[in-house]
Design a protein around this ligand. Structure first.
Ligand code: C2E
Ligand code: MG
Ligand code: MG
Length: 562
């Protein structure tokens, strides 16, 4: 039973009974963390829970709105969101928005008992005439932590729930975290469409929850990647192959789906869920014979690689500005005269401790996020300077090729910047060439094709890199004008192991010559390989047999000897 109190000076115009009668019409639902009234004229906030309480001193617990906000800020709001929260919750801002739009809301994270929760703050006029605002605060964390496709948790939800489970846990042999990857998901999408693909993701979550793994927690973390927290006692390795292979029926079509997983034992506390997920993922990406054994447990060797990758990720954004990226040159030889005819510019990352990191390790990251364009601009610019300096001092120069990535063409400024620099110095043009891999060609858009056409018409050479490594579509050769085709290393690697490879090399070379295109064979390491390539008529050879990629100073010495 409610006591109808006189709310005194705090909410002059209303009694508790009146408020109780009005609230349901304004709120629609009742799961609020808190509901309060703000009296604008006095600047006082009163919690409705307090108004309806039978506790007599309750009215005294009303407080200045601004001091309530200060308490919330100090207690719950993280440093990063503090400024936003202070701006959004300002009384003048609230009133302005209410007068313009009738309602106003914003969301902010609260750190409560070590957990990060998402709250939605809403404001409406309780009574405009008497300038009283109704404000609600609702915990909408689950919205942010739900995966919309499967209805289960997403990465964020998984992390918070796992953190909750690990709180106070000490047993270092109880849990394992699995990163699960559906292997042929892309082709599933092609066969049954995106709707079918989504249905598979939903099905898989249910399937894994009902499997003998009997997970404590599951989540879809991204695309076709799932996280799964299981008790080690349910981790029967012999049964994993069975579990990770199942039939999915959609729209009358039956599809065999395979999954693979990386396993990270939860063997230390406090446990860093994100790091463990990344380690499980790294392990999974190291699986070799996944059809025989679809799982792999993260071990200490991988740990070195993991630490290295973390270091790469965190330092890469600074590598350019700290001058840690260097251009190396690998000379390309005419095998008949044994003279240097060209060179390929290859990027290297020299760490402050002298460690040299190869592009295979650090380029995938900028290639994904598009920052590769900055790297390639740097390489092209460095090569320009190198050639210009040598030309200006009358020293010997050979054409230098620079690798372009497919992502370069998504950048709106870089390709033009690269071309403009070359246009500005016409003396450079005969010495500048670009190589693009076949798979990159396959995905070029119109704008990219136009840029390539422009380079070509300027007299800048074009190479098709890694020919034979991927699709090897003759359409690529037919549709673009290359000056040189680079034969992928794999053919040379197969010489002696596979009888057909020699014949394939020979026929690719003769096809190229029919089209008036020159061939560079990549990756020759032995005398025999070089002899064979010469005999097949390969125009040029690039490989460790002649030279590895070397720093500019060493390359200059080689050129000076020519
Ligand atoms: P790529 O363009 O096919 O470059 C040839 C790679 O083969 C180089 O590896 C080179 O060191 C290696 N190689 C050459 N001869 C031999 C050999 O006889 N034996 C063996 N085992 N390897 C040989 P690197 O420098 O590690 O570069 C790897 C890839 O990274 C390159 O493949 C290229 O796709 C990419 N990359 C390198 N620098 C850049 C760059 O500045 N920009 C872009 N976008 N990609 C780059
Ligand atoms: Mg290349
Ligand atoms: Mg290549």
């Amino acid at each position: 039973t409610m006591v109808d109190k006189d709310l005194g000076g705090v909410l002059k115009s209303f009694s508790a009974r009146e408020i109780a009668a009005m609230l349901p019409k304004l709120l629609y639902e009742d799961e609020y963390y808190s509901v309060a009234l703000i009296d604008i004229s006095s600047g006082v906030l009163t919690r409705c829970r307090m108004i309806f309480s039978n506790d007599e001193d309750v009215i005294d617990r009303s407080a200045e709105y601004d001091s309530v906000r200060r308490t919330v800020t100090d207690k719950w709001i993280s440093d990063e969101e503090r400024e936003d929260y202070e701006g959004a919750g300002d009384l003048t801002t609230i009133i302005k928005n209410l007068d313009d739009n009738g309602t106003y809301e914003f969301t902010t994270h609260h750190v409560m008992d070590g957990e990060v929760l998402l709250f939605r703050y809403r404001y409406i006029y309780f009574d405009k005439e008497h300038t009283v605002i109704l404000t609600t605060m609702k915990d909408i964390t689950s919205l942010e932590e739900t995966d919309m496709v499967t209805g289960g948790a997403n990465r964020k939800g998984f992390k918070r729930l796992a953190d909750r489970i690990f709180k106070g846990e000490t047993a270092t042999d109880r849990y394992a975290l699995l990163y699960i990857d559906l292997k042929n998901f892309k082709s599933v999408n092609e066969i049954i469409g995106f709707k079918g693909g989504d249905a598979l993701l939903r099905y898989f979550l249910k399937y894994i929850n009902n499997s003998p793994l009997n997970p404590v927690l599951t989540a879809r973390n991204s695309a076709d990647h799932f996280a799964c927290l299981v008790e080690c006692k349910n981790l029967d390795y012999d049964r994993l192959a069975d579990i990770f292979q199942f039939e999915f029926i959609y729209d009358g079509k039956s599809i065999n789906v395979y999954a693979r997983c990386g396993i990270c034992k939860v063997d230390r506390f406090p446990a860093d869920v994100d790091a463990m997920y990344d380690m499980a993922k790294l392990a999974c990406n190291n699986l070799t014979n996944e059809y025989m054994q679809p799982y792999i447990v993260f071990n200490n060797d991988m740990s070195d690689l993991y630490i290295k990758q973390c270091m790469i990720h965190s330092n890469l954004p600074y590598a350019l500005e700290r001058n840690e990226l260097q251009v190396f040159y690998q000379p390309i030889y005419d095998p008949y005269t044994e003279k240097i005819v060209e060179a390929e510019a290859l990027i290297r990352w020299i760490m402050p401790n002298g460690d040299v990191i190869s592009p295979g390790l650090f380029l995938p990251t900028p290639e994904k996020n598009g920052h590769i364009a900055k790297v390639d601009y740097f390489v092209s610019h460095t090569v320009n300077k190198f050639i210009e300096d040598r030309l200006n001092s009358g020293r010997h120069v050979v054409p230098v090729t620079v690798n372009l990535s497919r992502m370069d063409f998504y950048d709106t400024k870089t390709p033009s910047a690269i071309i403009d620099e070359i246009i500005a110095k016409s003396s450079l043009r005969p010495y500048r060439m670009f190589e693009i891999t076949e798979s990159a060609y396959m995905s070029l858009n119109d704008r990219a094709e136009e840029m390539i056409g422009r380079m070509h018409s300027l007299g800048v050479g074009l190479l098709l890199d890694d020919f034979g490594s991927g699709f090897s579509s003759y359409g690529t050769i037919a549709n673009y004008d290359f000056d040189i085709i680079k034969l992928d290393m794999q053919f040379i690697r197969m010489l002696g192991k596979n009888k057909k490879s020699g014949k394939i090399i020979r026929s690719i070379i003769s096809m190229a010559h029919e089209l008036g295109v020159k061939i560079v064979a990549e990756g020759a390491e032995t005398r025999e390989q070089v002899e064979f390539l010469k005999e097949c008529g390969s125009d040029y050879i690039q490989g460790y047999y002649f030279s590895r990629p070397i720093p500019q100073s060493e390359f200059e010495k080689l050129l000076d000897e020519c």
